[in-house]
Design a protein. Structure first.
Length: 167
């Protein structure tokens, strides 16, 4: 019973810390990350490693120089690590694996915090990605452009939901 209580306490503490961190991020900060994220997504869909890496480098720059409301710079290590792995990737497969992590970190932020609505954003899902385990990504329109398969299965997937509406 003591082990169970310790586990529940640790889980609750982790959840509270995670949401406190998310609450510190504002929509305009995420706006700065959307364009480079979409560049990564489109680069992978086009099987273009150089464009993908340029998008990831711009993502890291946007993170570094995006000021908070009080002028402070945000530090979101969980976003910078996969973006750095994309920049350093030797091939598209490594970039795609890192993009999955980046997406899994970006999606809850966009869903919970939102954006200012400059760009419509959709969550797409490919059930066949990563040996049929499936994977999500964010894109700016409803026409599927699969970053996990590129040209080999460009339109594999479906839109699950819209997470940001253009204003």
């Amino acid at each position: 019973m003591k082990d169970l209580l310790s586990t529940v306490f640790a889980f609750c503490l982790t959840a509270i810390t995670a949401f406190a961190h998310v609450d510190a991020i504002k929509p305009y900060f995420l706006d700065n990350l959307v364009e480079p994220y979409l560049t990564i997504q489109k680069g992978l869909a086009a099987d273009d490693l150089k464009a993908t890496q340029t998008g990831a480098a711009n993502f890291l720059i946007a993170m570094r120089f995006a000021p908070g409301e009080d002028g402070a710079h945000h530090d979101a290590h969980e976003l910078s690590e996969p973006a750095t792995k994309i920049v350093d990737a030797d091939d598209l497969e490594a970039a795609r694996r890192a993009f999955l992590v980046l997406t899994n970190d970006m999606l809850p932020l966009i869903t919970h915090v939102g954006t200012t609505g400059k760009t419509p954003l959709y969550v797409a899902h490919c059930p066949m990605a990563f040996s049929n385990t499936g994977a999500d990504w964010i894109q700016s329109d409803e026409a599927i452009a699969n970053p996990y398969f590129g040209a080999s299965m460009f339109s594999c997937g479906a839109i699950k939901q819209q997470v940001a509406v253009s204003k």
